[in-house]
Design a protein around this ligand. Structure first.
Ligand SMILES: [Zn+2]
Length: 380
């Protein structure tokens, strides 16, 4: 190569290198501040803290929070900012729950077994499911007091026997605003106010008549959301996450048009993400049932709102990855991607891929698990 050519080649390379550096600096300086926030969901655990089938009294790899816990830890490690939520139906459903109700003492020293496990995972918030009411309101209250994280529900009210809405009192805290310290893509720290609101299917009042009648009433999900979202915004919520213990479509017996489904909730302005449960399905999956208008199965949005449903019994972890940017003086969700991760997968006829159980969770549950087995053996 001639000397002059070499020189101009070096100059060209230098120029390109400079251009790259300049571009990167430019992007950092002038681009909007960007936060990646991962929302994680468990739902409908029904007492399944470890991989054990109390019905058949045998171990299983197909469900149990001890395996979901491994997925949670992995998902946390992959992400700079994350929050963990549960969507209810934990206090009734298996032998451990039955033992906890019938023969496990509940006091400050002896919290409900499910919370011994769940508290170790550092949940950020949760909402109640209809099965929380199965053993009565007193048992539910005593049990929930063992949770180290807040419970929210906006549409269960104290029955005051009048038609006035204005004087109605929420039974639970309708919402909470989590002040989350987050790190943006350039390493800068911010305080992001994440509003979390909870809803339950009104069918709960039918299914648990004995406890609801005269004590509690349940209001319409969509209308309740429309009431509270502007209030949460005015109290400083930058983004809003809805925990909805109701299916993609309304329960049988409820009118879909009246707005008690996730599909209806997704149309409420101001909600950025919906984590849902109750119907024991997963979302998003390529499923005929999920071919409803407004659903994008690629990104996992319903009418443009990010959504996820994590199956049941801890058989899946639900994830919503939000890209949030600072624009016009406020944080806005720019895009989202929902996904589900199973605790086991069938690869072919002979083999399957299984997520290992978290040994800490198994250890924590050991005594209550054995006590539950004793209880089940001795019960009439
Ligand atoms: Zn339910």
């Amino acid at each position: 190569m001639k000397k002059g050519m070499k020189k101009s080649l070096i100059t060209l390379l230098l120029f390109i290198a400079l251009l790259i550096v300049w571009n990167q600096t430019e992007a950092k300086v002038s681009g909007p501040q960007t936060i990646h926030l991962r929302l994680m969901e468990t739902t409908d655990l029904h007492g399944n803290m470890i991989g054990f089938d109390y019905e058949d009294r045998k171990k299983t790899v197909e469900f149990g929070l001890s395996r979901t816990a491994s997925l949670i830890k992995q998902a946390r490690n992959e992400s700079q900012n994350s929050l963990l939520f549960d969507n209810g139906d934990i206090l009734e459903g298996n032998g451990l729950d039955e033992y906890a109700y019938r023969s496990h003492p509940l006091d400050m020293a002896n919290i409900h077994p499910v919370f011994k496990a769940m508290n170790t995972l550092l949940y950020d918030a949760a909402t109640v499911g209809n099965h929380e009411f199965n053993y009565g309101i007193d048992f539910m209250e005593a049990s929930l007091s063992g949770a180290n994280f807040p419970y929210v529900n906006a549409n269960i009210y104290v029955e005051d026997r009048n038609q006035l809405d204005e004087d109605d009192l929420n039974y639970f805290n309708p919402y909470t605003i989590l002040e989350k310290e987050v790190t943006d893509t350039s390493g800068q720290k911010h305080k992001l106010n994440v509003g979390v609101i909870g809803f339950i299917t009104p069918i709960v009042a039918e299914w648990n008549k004995e406890y609801f009648r005269g004590n509690l009433k349940v209001k319409n999900i969509k209308e309740t959301a429309e009431h509270f979202i502007p209030i949460m915004k005015s109290k400083g919520a930058d983004i809003i996450v809805a925990l909805a213990h109701t299916g993609l479509q309304s329960d049988k017996g409820l009118d879909e048009k009246k707005g008690n489904s996730v599909h209806a909730l997704s149309k409420v302005k101001g909600i950025d993400a919906i984590l849902f449960g109750h119907s024991h399905s997963v979302f998003p999956v390529k499923d005929e049932l999920q071919k409803l208008p407004g659903i994008d199965l690629k990104t996992g949005t319903i009418n443009g709102t990010a959504a996820v449903q994590a199956g049941y019994w801890g058989n899946h972890l639900g994830l919503i990855d939000l890209k949030i940017i600072y624009q016009d003086g406020e944080w806005k969700v720019k895009s989202s991607l929902s996904s589900i991760r199973p605790v086991y997968r069938t690869l072919n006829k002979k083999s399957r891929e299984v997520i290992p159980a978290d040994p800490l969770m198994e250890q924590i549950m050991k005594k209550d698990h054995n006590d539950a087995l004793d209880y089940l053996k001795n019960k009439k």
